[in-house]
Structures are given as C-alpha cells and as structure tokens.
Design a protein around this ligand. Structure first.
Ligand code: C2E
Ligand code: CA
Ligand code: CA
Length: 865
C-alpha cells in the first residue's frame, strides 16, 4: 500500500538539506572528511616541526636513493595511468569537462613523471645526458599541468557536459604539451631557466614555481570548502585532502638541499598518497556508487513488489476500500465496496465520492472532516451514506491522505464497513430509554435532562423558560367506553396537534397516561412577557384540542387542563418545577377544567399543607378521639326522623374541627379513604348495635361510600362480614354511592351492588342529577333511594328549570319504585315545594345540621311537627 505520511513528517530532500548545512557541519557529520583532516594535521606536524627547528635531513647514498625514488615514481605513474584510463572510460558514461580535464592531465602527468624518473642523475641517460636539472624540468612541467587542471575542475563550469569528441581534442592538446616539453628540455636545454645549481642547491626560479604550484593547490582547496555542497561527481572531502597533500608535497620540494635527501623522498611519498586520494575522490563514486545504487534499487524493487502483493491482499478485505486522486476522483474501489454500495468499479471510476452522499449531514460536518484530513492526514468516524438503490446506510469510515516524498497529497484512501445494524440498535436503545413508544415524544427522563439544560441557560443568560403540564379531561371515560386502542389513537393525535405549535427548542414529553409535559425555552429575560407568551400558547393548545378528534368512524370531543410554571434563574429542583406545574394543572381541573392555570406561590403553600395534612390524617386514623361522626336526620313529610346520614368530622389537634371538604378529597387521592371508610362503617355498626340493645327506635343510618372504597375488590364481602358477626340487620345500614362509582366496569359494579342488596343493605344514589351517566343504569341497579342533589333543591323555589328537574327526578323515582330524598333543604318554602312535588324524605339545616349522636338521637324521640 502506498506510504502515507503526515505533512509535518515530510522529509527534506537532499538539496534542501544541503542548504542548511555548512562545511563545518559537514566536518562534524562526515566520517571521511574527519579522517582526512586528522591525517592532514599529523602530516602538518611532521612537516613543519623539523622545518621550524631548522633540521637538515641526511642525504641517502645514491645506491639506496635511486631504486627507492624509481619505485615511488613508478607507483605514482601507475596511479596516474589508472586515473587516465578509468577517466577515459568514464567519459563514455558521463562526459563532463571535469572528467576530460582530469583524465588528460594525468596522461601528461604520467608521461612527464616517467621522463622525470628516467632523467634522474644516476639513471642511465635518457636521450641526452641526465642531470638533476633535467629531472627537475620534467618534474615542474608535470606539477604545473596538474595544478592548473585541479584548479579548473573545482570551478563551476567543469560540471558542463561535453561532446564525446572533446576528450580526444583535449588529449591531443595534452600530447602536444608533452611533446613540446620534451623537445624543449632535450633539444634546447640551455633556454630553460636554471632550477638547480650544484653546490648551491635549488634556484629561486625553481622554488618560485613550486610555490606557485602550492598556491594553485591551496586555491583549489579553498574553492572546495566554499563550494563543498555544489560539487558533484566526486567526493569533495577526499579532493580537499589530496590538494592539501600535494601542497605539502611541493613544500618538501622547496626544502631539500640535495636531490637525494629525506625531504625529497617524503615529497614523493606524499605525491603518491595525494594521487591515491584523487583516484578515490573521482572514481569511488563513479565506479563503486553505481553498483551500490544498483543494489539499493534492486532491494527497493523487491520491497515494493512485496508491498504490492500485500496491498493486493489487503485490497480484498471485507472492508470497502475507495481510492481517489488528489482531485477527489475515484481511481479504484474493491469488491467489498461494490457489495456495500451496490456500485461497480466501472460505474464509479472518475466520479466524486459525493455520489454516495445521503444528505443526512450538513456542510459543517464535511468541512470539519476535510479540515481534519488536511491537518492530521486522517479522519475516522461514522457517516450516513446512500447505496445505489437509494437505501441510506451507516458506515464506519477511516480516510487517510497519501503523500509523495515532497509532502504533497497524491491520493485519499477511504476504508469503511457497514455498521447500519449496530447504529440502528443503538438508536433503538436510545429511543427506548428516552422516548415514549406510543407517541414518539420524549419521555420523562429526557424531559428532565432538557429541564436541566434550560436551567443552565437561565443561569447563564437570565432567560425564562416555562413548564406546561397537560392532562386530558375525563380521558378515563373515553378508555372505558370506546376502548384503549381509541384512547391510544387520541393520545397520538393530541401529540401530533401539539407538535405543530412548537418551536425547535421546545420539548414535548408524555409522562404516562394522558399526562403531557411541555418545556418552552428562551422566553426572554422579562417574566411578564414570558407569562404573556405562555398564556397565548396555552390558549392555542386549548383551542386545538377542542376541535373534535376522529377516532375511526366516531368523532370525539375532549378538553385539556393545563398548568403552567414559569422559571428563571432562581433555584428550583427539577422535582419542584414538575410538581408545581402539576399542581397548577390540578388547579385548572378544580376550576372547571378546559383551561390554563399558572402556578402561584400560594399554591405551593397549599401543596405543603396538603402534605402535612396527609401525615396528620394517617396519625388520626390510629387514634381514638380525633375522628368523629356527626349525624344529620332525614325526616318525612310529618317531620318524623326516618333515618340519619353519618358525616365525618376531624378534631385536628392544631387546626380545630375540620369538615370533610378539608380532607376527604385528599384522603381519596392518597388512598387513606379506604381505612377511613372502614372506620366509619365500624362506628356506625357499633352505634346501631348500641341502639338495638338500648331499645331505641331503629332507623337506617346512611354511610357515604367514596368511589375509591367501593371499587376495592373485597368491599362487599368485607361489609357483609362486618354485620354477620353482630346482630345488626343490614337493613339498618344505608349505603350512599355517587354516580362516579359507576364508572369502570358496570357489570362488576352491578354484581357488587346485587350482592349487597341481597344481603339486605339499602342502597341510595347520592347527588343525583350532577353526574353524566345515562339514566338507563337506574333500572338495572338495585337502588332503593334517589337523593336529589342540593344544588337543585337550593333553587327549587326561584328557578323554574331546577323545579322541573326536581319534578322529573321525583317522577322517575316513583316510576322505578324508589324513595326520593331531597338534601340541603334550608327553609320552609323549599320544604313545602318539595312536599307539593311528592318528595318522600327531607334532609337539611331546616330540620337540623349534622350533630353529634347524643343530640341527633334526641331528635328521633321528638313528636311529628
Ligand atoms: P354529601 O354526602 O352530599 O353530604 C351532605 C352535605 O351537605 C354535608 O356536608 C352536610 O353537612 C351538608 N348539608 C346538609 N344540609 C345542608 C343544608 O341545608 N345546607 C347546606 N348548605 N348544606 C347542607 P358535609 O358534612 O360537609 O360533607 C360533605 C361531603 O363529604 C358529603 O357530601 C360526602 O360526600 C362527604 N362525606 C362526609 N362524610 C363522609 C364519610 O364518612 N365518608 C365519605 N366517603 N364521604 C363523606
Ligand atoms: Ca351523602
Ligand atoms: Ca349529597
């Protein structure tokens, strides 16, 4: 697979690197150069110390010196010949001016050095009689040509590539030089300036020429250090070493006093090592380096073949792979890509990967993705893409940029796998945890989280938010009459209608049953404005709900009660907020439902009181004297007591005498009514037992049964059992039930009432006329008494409509063979009207308020009025 690197890892190319490194860095880093410099330092010491000390070296005997000199010179000549021949062969590969100059210069050096060796005094005569001067002449000719050539090749133009034929031209020039030198020195020796005078030593001319050569070498060496990094085609360190050695070598030749002394010999040794350095400098790279490169590239080739093989295998994974070029055009995909996306390689080649885009992500998503790739070279994450068949799927993708050696992006490789199942499972878990399955709305848990966010916002920005608690009115009735599926349908439609009034920042949740919570955020920093907004929203909600709902074939009208709580940065717990909104909702229920009510602080007080009262009642139920029964007589047309109604009172230790209105509804909502009801039954039963035993005139005592009590599964059995254990006949107990107790399963209610009736209990329908139940139940239930609700009695005289209702109820009761009781009779006008209408029994302040038993019992003894 292609090598992918991040741009900051990009390596500098060799040239770049060179620009940042100096010759001195090179000294530190190049082992070769360091070695050369150490070698030269030692050489310098060996050379200069004896010279400074003015030591003269002893001359060797000619018989020793000559063979040594000859051997040294022939070695030097051999190296020069090698340089010439290798140089010549190299010109066919890289014909640079430098190579041509080096090769042809060494051609001249070899021949001139040969003539120098052969001309040495003591050697057999070479064309003309030998002498020290003749040898020196050839020597200087060789040194000059070499010095000039070495200076030339470090100049910039020597890199120039020359024609193949140029070599022979320069070789010709070199040959011409050799020949002319030979002619000059052999044929016209007297015209050559003096270089050596026997007994005097070296002439100033000879020494000057040597110094000139030294200067030329040192100039060349300086140029090497200056142009160190731009020199190509040879190793500059070695060339530098060679030049310095040759300079030293020349220096020795300025020192000797006699052609056979040690300085002279040393000069020759240095000349050979100098040539050897030159050879290595020029031909090491030319000869060895190409082989190295060959080996290297063979290795790379092998590696890359292995790489290719690997990438071929990697390409055939189950992960989809898509490769694009730097311009985002798809250049390759694998088989898994086709499996996942449905597109074949042919279909997508040259396309932009956008063809897979599902439209589920916005521009910011892609911008962030590309920013990440440009910065870090890689991105990974989940993307929703689209298959060829239009199906949207989730993939886990990794995208990498591929760089070339200079750090430019050449390709992008994206690999991905289909993770739709996993993502959907995660989403499902999330939905179950945070959403209501029926309506798809948030659930209470998610709502709490959103409330916390809103509170954080309020704290930061001072913004008000509102919580609206909504509860459908009489939803239970819908469930009972039309069934749960219709109920569910209504809840869904209700949620749908509400959603249309919401902003994106609002949250609507269903917290269970028919209870919904709405969180409205960002209501601004003014509480009054916020309240106004919520009032308008509340009106809109009430109005939309009032429109009839279509449940199958049936249209159904329903209303909703809404409680609102506005909150800002003042501290409330989430529970506080929710229960406040809940309380406000109850308030709107109490005020007649189908309305919006705001939470007010007094309501909070009320809430606190309620909680305290609940506790106190649980204590009262365990005590003897806190709860007490009062009794209100029911009289006939003659004013004779024909029964009583037991009405509960609570002697609260702090609040004094409490009426049922203060605690009955509370006990119903907490369930305490069940215990309370049983306590009343036991009291009444024991009272009747007492009446029985004391021989008092027996009349029925009515007990109020709340729907909650009556719906207890064992209610009838328990009641029958209570009387079975005493000698009190059930006919002395009357049960007052209300129409709301008839809700729910009517057949169960009927069965329960039947068994109580069979046992002998009297059953009265209390508050008749206020409920909404159909009248038809009357004929199916074993009722003995109808109690006309006091609201009708109150206006029976002054309101014709109420009078008509009373008349109808009485007629109905007569028809069904029931007794009629009018309750709440407060004056004689009401009483006489009711008598006139044919009412059987009367109950009200006109005869007596509810009073303790001792007083009530006395009333029974009074003669008729
Ligand atoms: P209710 O069953 O309709 O009881 C009649 C209520 O009317 C009584 O109120 C009684 O004091 C009042 N009343 C009687 N005559 C008059 C009158 O001439 N004018 C006016 N204005 N009111 C009159 P109370 O005692 O406050 O009871 C209120 C309700 O509390 C009862 O209504 C009944 O539903 C409930 N309740 C009372 N005691 C019990 C009980 O032991 N168990 C249960 N479950 N409920 C009870
Ligand atoms: Ca009653
Ligand atoms: Ca009543």
């Amino acid at each position: 697979m292609a090598n992918s690197r991040t741009p900051n890892m990009r390596s500098l190319s060799l040239q770049d690197e060179a620009q940042y490194r100096s010759f001195f860095d090179e000294v530190r880093q190049s082992k070769a150069l360091r070695r050369v410099l150490i070698f030269l330092a030692v050489l310098g010491l060996v050379t200069f110390v004896p010279a400074w000390l003015g030591l003269t070296t002893p001359a060797l005997p000619v018989s020793t010196y000559l063979p040594l000199h000859t051997a040294l010179e022939f070695s030097a000549i051999a190296i020069a010949v090698i340089i010439f021949t290798v140089g010549w062969s190299q010109t066919s590969v890289a014909p640079t001016l430098r190579l041509v100059v080096v090769a042809t210069a060494f051609f001249a050096v070899a021949l001139l050095d040969f003539s120098h060796t052969m001309s040495y005094a003591g050697m057999p005569d070479y064309f003309t009689p030998n002498s020290a001067e003749k040898a020196i002449n050839f020597w200087l000719a060789a040194r000059m040509v070499l010095a000039v050539a070495l200076l030339l090749i470090v100049l910039p133009f020597s890199d120039r590539v020359v024609r193949q034929g140029a070599f022979f031209t320069v070789l010709g020039l070199s040959f011409l030089y050799i020949v002319s030198m030979h002619v000059w020195f052999l044929v016209f020796p007297s015209t050559v300036p003096r270089t050596f005078i026997q007994e005097q030593g070296l002439t100033p001319f000879k020494v000057s020429v040597e110094y000139l050569v030294i200067v030329l070498h040192l100039c060349a060496a300086c140029l090497v250090t200056v142009r160190y990094h731009s020199l190509r085609g040879f190793q500059p360190a070695l060339l530098f070493g060679a030049l310095v050695q040759l300079a030293f070598s020349e220096f020795f030749f300025t020192l000797y006093g006699n052609p056979y002394d040690l300085y002279n010999l040393m000069g020759h040794v240095l000349k050979i090592t100098g040539y050897a350095f030159l050879f290595r400098s020029f031909f090491y790279e030319a000869v060895t380096e190409p082989y190295r490169q060959l080996m290297r590239s063979q290795r790379q080739l092998k590696d890359s073949l292995a790489d290719q093989h690997l990438s071929a295998i990697a390409f055939h994974t189950r992960e989809a792979i898509m490769i694009t070029d730097a311009g985002h055009q798809i250049v390759r995909v694998n088989a898994a890509f086709t499996d996942i996306t449905g597109y074949t390689e042919k279909e997508v080649l040259g396309c932009n990967p956008k063809i897979l885009s599902s439209g589920k992500h916005d521009e910011t998503f892609y911008r962030e993705l590309w920013r990440c790739i440009q910065t870090f070279g890689t991105w990974s994450g989940e993307i929703w893409n689209k298959r060829k068949n239009g199906e949207v799927f989730a993939e886990h993708a990794v995208i990498n940029a591929v760089y070339d050696p200079v750090g430019e992006i050449t390709h992008y490789i994206a690999s991905f796998s289909d993770v739709t199942d996993r993502v959907q499972a995660q989403e499902q878990v999330h939905r179950l945890a945070f959403y209501d399955p029926l309506t798809g709305l948030a659930n209470r848990r998610l709502m709490i989280e959103h409330i916390l966010t809103a509170q954080a916002d309020a704290e930061r920005l001072g913004n008000y938010s509102a919580l609206l608690f909504m509860d459908l009115d009489f939803f239970k009735k819908l469930n009972d009459t039309l069934g749960h599926s219709k109920g569910d349908s209504l809840l869904q439609q209700f949620a749908g209608r509400l959603k249309s009034h919401l902003r994106s920042t609002d949250t609507l949740a269903r917290q269970g049953g028919d209870e919904f919570i709405l969180l409205v955020r960002n209501l601004g920093t003014d509480k009054a404005t916020a309240a106004l907004h919520i009032e308008q929203l509340g009106e809109k909600i009430l109005e939309t709900v009032r429109q009839p709902f279509q449940l199958g074939q049936q249209t159904y009208g329903i209303t909703v009660s809404v409680g609102a709580m506005i909150f800002g940065k003042e501290h409330h717990t989430v529970d506080d907020l929710l229960s406040s909104a809940d309380l406000a909702m109850y308030q709107s229920k109490e005020q007649g439902r189908n309305r919006l009510h705001f939470f007010e602080p007094e309501m909070q007080e009320h809430l606190t009181k309620r909680t305290a009262l609940e506790f106190d009642l649980s204590v009262a139920l365990t005590k003897e004297n806190e709860l007490e029964l009062f009794f209100q007589p029911k009289v006939d047309t003659l004013g004779v007591v024909q029964g009583y109604e037991a009405l509960i009172r609570w002697n609260h230790p702090e609040q004094g005498l409490l009426q049922p209105g203060d605690f009955i509804e509370l006990s119903e909502s907490t369930g305490q009514i069940v215990a309370l009801g049983r306590w009343v039954v036991q009291q009444v039963v024991s009272m009747q037992l007492h009446n029985l035993t004391t021989g008092m005139r027996m009349v029925p005592i009515a007990i109020n049964v709340s729907p909650r009590e009556f719906l207890e599964p064992d209610y009838a059995d328990w009641l029958i059992e209570q009387l079975a254990s005493t000698s009190v006949d059930p006919r002395w107990i009357e049960l007052e039930i209300t129409e709301s107790a008839l809700q729910g399963n009517l057949s169960i209610v009927q069965e329960r009432l039947e068994s109580l009736h069979r046992a002998g209990f009297l059953i009265a329908m209390d508050d008749f006329g206020t409920g909404y139940s159909s009248l038809s139940y009357l004929q199916h239930l074993p009722l003995s008494v109808l109690k006309i609700d006091q609201s009708f009695v109150a206006h029976v005289v002054d309101r014709a409509s109420d009078r008509a209702i009373v008349k109808a109820i009485i007629a109905l009761a007569k028809a069904l063979d029931m007794k009629v009781v009018a309750e709440g009779v407060e004056d004689s006008a009401q009483s006489s009207e009711l008598v006139r209408q044919g009412c059987d029994l009367f109950q009200g302040f006109f005869w007596s308020k509810p009073v303790p038993w001792a007083e009530a019992a006395r009333l029974a003894e009074q003669p008729p009025r």
